[in-house]
Design a protein around this ligand. Structure first.
Ligand code: AHG
Length: 331
């Protein structure tokens, strides 16, 4: 096993980088990694068992809930509840946050916000999906009191750590705790996430641009001008390349490694865009910024937007610094 560094070993090595570190934070990451492995197992055999398709219900956003959404949501909440190291969870799938009420959890100083299965409308056709998570230190005080709404409604600049798990051709967990970004690939033969992408840096300028072109006629002129420009633009003689998976995690993961921009601007029928600030945009913004990139709503840094509600949406432009600056110059 020479040369292999597992996620657990890596987290223990890094624990001393955190102020007030007690091991609680490390154990939360371990719990998330464990739930990720369970979801990986189900996603991988999804076509063989009765877990594809819709549950027949809609979530708080009015979106149809897939069976795997529900499965992943339950697995992550269970892992965090039984882990006893976090005070509560807010999830895309639940209308309000869940405050854990056992003794250990109540005394914990952290809360988690997450999208347990992002891009799940892709699952039936075997396209990559992901889990997005972020960890905040509680604002409400943490001795003997359940967590409060204010613990989740913090600016992205207060994130302690954030990450995603991509269930793709391999399953990877990528996270930052504010000291750079590291990626771990799941080795299914030993059931461990192993460090495979240390110190990820996003190229300053890339060639990939990703957005839903079906929304073209619903964009403002400024965005249409920008995408028209992308058709013609080249970098060192190479044309820009349009790529859109329709899973934010997969689109951003590609751009993080290869360079590019992902955007979900406002449209005429969705004036705040589609993606959620607290558990989608903020964690991705933290990761991309930590890798040297940029994430804004076109005018303001994503991580500086003050959240007013758990499921608040925001337009987002995220990726290679020069490409995000370029789109901003069109706005
Ligand atoms: P869902 O989880 O409902 O499949 O939504 C996925 C999100 C995000 O991952 C993706 O970038 C975006 O929605 C795609 O939206 P469009 O289908 O509007 O392009």
């Amino acid at each position: 096993m020479n040369g292999i560094l597992t996620l657990d070993e890596f987290i223990i090595q890094r624990q001393t980088e955190f102020d007030y570190s007690t091991g609680e934070f490390s154990r939360i990451l371990r719990d998330i990694g464990f739930a990720g492995k369970v979801v990986h197992r189900e996603v991988n055999k999804a076509g063989l068992v009765e877990i594809l398709g819709k549950t027949g219900t809609t979530n708080v956003q009015g979106e149809e809930v897939q069976k795997l959404d529900e499965y992943a949501n339950n697995r992550f909440i269970e892992a965090l509840r039984f882990g006893g190291e976090c005070a509560g969870v807010c999830s895309e799938e639940n209308e309000t946050f869940i405050a854990f009420d056992d003794k250990n959890s109540i005394d914990s100083k952290y809360v988690i916000a997450m999208d347990p299965l992002d891009g799940s409308s892709n699952i039936d056709v075997n396209v990559s999906v992901g889990t997005i998570f972020t960890i905040y230190r509680r604002k409400s005080g943490f001795l003997g009191k359940p967590c409060q709404l204010e613990d989740f409604l913090q600016r992205g600049t207060s994130q302690v750590a954030a990450g995603y798990i991509i269930y793709g051709s391999s399953t990877m967990l990528v996270y930052t705790a504010g000291h750079g970004v590291n990626g771990f690939t799941l080795d299914p033969s030993i059931g461990e996430f192993c460090l495979s992408h240390p110190k990820i840096r996003i190229p300053k300028k890339g060639v990939f641009y990703s957005y839903n072109h079906g929304n073209y006629t619903k964009f403002d002129d400024s965005i249409r001008n920008y995408v028209d420009h992308c058709f013609k633009e080249t970098v060192n003689g190479t044309s820009y390349g349009y790529r859109y998976v329709g899973s934010m995690v997969a689109d951003i993961h590609r751009n993080l490694l290869k360079g590019g921009i992902f955007m979900y601007p406002k449209t005429s029928d969705a004036v705040n865009g589609k993606l959620r600030l607290v558990y989608e945009c903020n964690p991705m913004a933290f990761i991309v910024e930590q890798a040297g990139g940029r994430a804004t709503n076109g005018h303001q840094r994503i991580m500086e937007i003050e959240p007013k509600e758990l499921h608040q949406r925001t337009p987002i432009f995220i990726g290679s610094e020069d490409m995000v600056l370029e789109v901003e110059s069109f706005l």
